[in-house]
Write a protein that binds this ligand. Sequence first.
Ligand SMILES: Cc1cc2nc3c(=O)[nH]c(=O)nc-3n(C[C@H](O)[C@H](O)[C@H](O)COP(=O)(O)OP(=O)(O)OC[C@H]3O[C@@H](n4cnc5c(N)ncnc54)[C@H](O)[C@@H]3O)c2cc1C
Length: 610
Amino acid sequence: MPQFKAPVRDFQFILHEYLNLAQYQDVPGFADATPELMTPVLEAAAQLCEEVLFPLNQVGDKVGLKYDNGKVIMPDGFKEAYNMYVEGGWPSFTCDPNYGGQGLPDVLNMPLMEMVCSANLSFGLTPGLSHGAYNAIMLHANDEIKKKYLPKMVSGHWSGVMCLTEPQAGTDLGLVRTKATANSDGSYSLEGNKIFISSGEHELTENIVHLILARLPDAPKGIKGISLFIASKYDINADGSIGAPSGIRCDGIEHKMGLHASPTCQISFNGCKAWLVGEPHKGMRAMFTMMNAARLYVGVQGLGIGEVAYQNALAYCHERLQMRSLTGAKFPDKAADPLVVHPDIRRMLLTMRAFSEGCRALAMEMALKHDLTQRHPDAQVKEECDAFVQLLTPVVKSYLTDGGFEMANLAVQCFGGYGYIQEYGVEQYVRDARITMIYEGTNGVQALDLVGRKLPLHTGKYLRAFFHPVDAFLTKYKDNAAMKEFVKPLSKHTEYLQQATLWIAMHGLSNPDDAAGGAVEYQKMFALVALAYVWARQAAVALEKLEPRVENRESSKNTVHDSSHSTLATEFYQAKLDTARFYMQKILPQTISLLASITNGSKGMMAATL
Ligand SMILES: Cc1cc2nc3c(=O)[nH]c(=O)nc-3n(C[C@H](O)[C@H](O)[C@H](O)COP(=O)(O)OP(=O)(O)OC[C@H]3O[C@@H](n4cnc5c(N)ncnc54)[C@H](O)[C@@H]3O)c2cc1C
């Protein structure tokens, strides 16, 4: 049986020590971000995920969904779990208080999102997409639409979905054909077919709100002719109650590699009544403004899977006895040593730990910066945070989802044959993680966004939002002996990243294939250096926390017994240093081969016969 324990201590570390949220006490919404108030919330979320959602994960995978004449039947237990999620007030956590939300910053929601994804990604898609739809409505709809839909979405009684993809229009949404025609009452009638719509039909909620990309009759061709509409499974009466079915139908569900308990629906719009959200033909712009949050959320899906895969691999490698350590038996009283003594197993486990803890800190930092773009009173801070978020969104979406899949694979490898069979549950993580690299913009398309749009924008302003803080950090710690082992590699590999950036900028201008051909490698290189920056700062915090303990040991008389100075606390910070060290020594050097590949250019690849 697989296991999952929410990493509450690491969430606390990131919120209160690494990000030091106390410094934002005066920013609206941050007053409650204290350890005293947040710890019980984290623990309650952890309990829901560990005890309710996680036990349903394998059930959902094995039982799957049933389609019956337009209806989707969820596996047993999912409806009850969703009701508990709603009763706990979780959908409203970060939503606007004007619509019944609790108004908390997104950074405080990240632990919940990650835990849900670790516990049961199929379940998590419904509330996750709903939150994305909520964001789009908040940002672009008029007050009338907001009042009509948001309170029920915020409470979780209605869910929301995103209807973009059509059979001929995946990455290229300019090919969307769904048609909208104006009615005399200001509404529109929609006709068309969408595919692959996650949570497009289910009975978890009383109503489902659809955000739909469609084309008006006078629309220009391509991406500039797409508008955004809102409609719901059931029409809504003037008093807000639910009316008749609107003409949105689920024509079937897909049978797929993973996420067996997440309905991926074919949806037809058969003259259903819809309303325009935002301006005509500006639908793609509306989608783009909420995409940063949505892409970060998909990144967190990869992270969540990576974490649960790691936990299971770690536990197994402590139990499973195979062979002896190369340097002599470590457990001579046992028939063999546990797997965890072997160097290659340690490489895999530490790779997973470095991924989870590094990416968690990076993702939460992204959420914090996103919050500050909206809430901070200083316009310059807002601008800098926005530039950081814009630049790193494709990097985070792709690295965390590529990584989630890779970590799940490593977990299977740690389990050996027992990983490949179903009993231990880890092969499910490989299957569930795979789609995260594809939806919400494939990872290849994220890389094109990074090199094609984000690098050149505002003459490198976005890049400066990353490189300037790294420089400041390197300067601050340049003479710090304890930090040398982290600062030196960060400095060296930041230089490599700068070389790659320059190469892409110069060659991309004369030959776009050179930039596009190295985009995925460049994106990975960026992630590796961004994570080195994260790990160096985590190490700095850990060293600072350990310092008083070193002094206390030296003075021999003063032994501090409070919780922050316990053996457990020391072990926690020591583990941070171990992982930071592993990251710098064993993972960061990958940038060297990536740089070589990028600067080899695209000529040979483009000339090859395929
Ligand atoms: C389980 C699941 C859930 C989904 N949920 C939703 C949902 O809720 N709502 C929704 O609207 N859609 C959803 N999707 C659709 C998903 O977003 C698309 O599958 C995705 O955007 C890719 O589109 P496509 O499958 O048509 O692939 P294509 O666009 O055909 O791409 C195929 C390959 O070509 C690459 N490619 C395409 N163009 C370029 C280019 N210019 N340069 C280089 N490479 C390129 C892509 O990166 C990809 O590797 C879901 C899909 C699945 C499978």
